[in-house]
Design a protein around this ligand. Structure first.
Ligand code: NDP
Length: 246
């Protein structure tokens, strides 16, 4: 367990999948955690109940990551609930399949809106509230540097974009000792990428460990990077992919 006692965190897209696992793990390690979500109210309330059950403060805020005004309002409300901010985890993300001969500008804009605009707007809104020594984590993807199937160009480009911003923000925020890193998962069993079916079986064949990862395995890395133990790690992109991209 990481010691996150007294820390105050926001996890975007915390209602399901990797974000829910991160929110629950940070709370189990002692942090108060506000989550955002897109539209799945019931799932968000379940995660909030788990955080409350761990004895931590929480709130679930509906906020579309592609809507800059909604993102900014969510940060202000979360900071009010938490009484400050130490950890920001950008996890909300969408994947839209489309090869270049069939893809649409709407699919392109939607993915860049959620996966990139949301990260930029959320960070900009948060840094004025964040304590020096805080942490910013972005859930990117190994698709930032690996495109294993056709139709993932735009998604991959969004994840490469946030990896670039992470490196830049590490420079921008280093003087405040705010550490900024990207976690780049490979195939993780969630609603976005379920571990059953033919596609999953094909993908799993390319994982050195021969299996999909679990959201909790990603959450363990997030907890470490949010902790004092990770005090000299910034500006980096860490693959957590069971050897998928080696
Ligand atoms: P899921 O689809 O299982 O969950 C997505 C979460 O993000 C939900 O909480 C959802 O909220 C929220 N969300 C989606 N769109 C928005 C939006 N516009 N605004 C706010 N919240 C939103 O995805 P995963 O858990 O699999 O993915 C989480 C992150 O990890 C994403 O950034 C993804 O790109 C990345 N990733 C995932 C991999 C995988 O194999 N699963 C691999 C590599 C990276 P709601 O419940 O309300 O819909």
């Amino acid at each position: 367990m990481a010691d996150l006692s007294g820390k105050r965190a926001i996890v975007t897209g915390g209602s399901r999948g990797i974000g829910a696992a991160i929110a629950k793990r940070l709370a189990a390690d002692g942090a108060d955690v506000v989550i955002t979500y897109a539209g799945n109210h019931d799932a968000a309330q379940q995660v909030a109940a788990a955080i409350t059950g761990a004895g931590r403060r929480t709130e679930a805020i509906q906020a579309d990551a592609a809507d800059v005004a909604a993102v900014e309002a969510a940060v202000v409300r979360a900071v009010d609930t938490l009484g400050g901010l130490d950890i920001l985890v950008h996890n909300a993300g969408v994947f839209g399949l489309g090869t270049i001969d069939s893809d649409t500008i709407e699919n392109y804009r939607r993915q860049f809106g959620v996966n990139v605009d949301g990260v930029f707007a959320g960070t900009r809104a948060a840094i004025g509230h964040m304590t020096d020594g805080g942490r910013i984590l972005v859930i990117g993807s190994v698709n930032a540097h690996t495109v294993p199937v056709p139709g993932a160009a735009v998604y991959s480009a969004t994840k490469a974009a946030v990896a670039g911003m992470v490196r830049g923000w590490a420079r921008d925020l280093g003087p405040r000792n705010i550490l900024v890193n990207a976690i780049q998962p490979g195939p993780i069993d969630t609603d976005m990428n379920p571990a059953d079916g033919d596609f999953a079986a094909m993908l799993a064949q390319h994982v050195a460990l021969g299996r999909y990862g679990r959201a909790e395995e990603v959450a363990a890395l997030a907890a470490f990077l949010a902790s004092d133990e990770a005090s000299y790690i910034t500006g980096t992109t860490i693959d957590i992919d069971g050897g998928f991209s080696v």
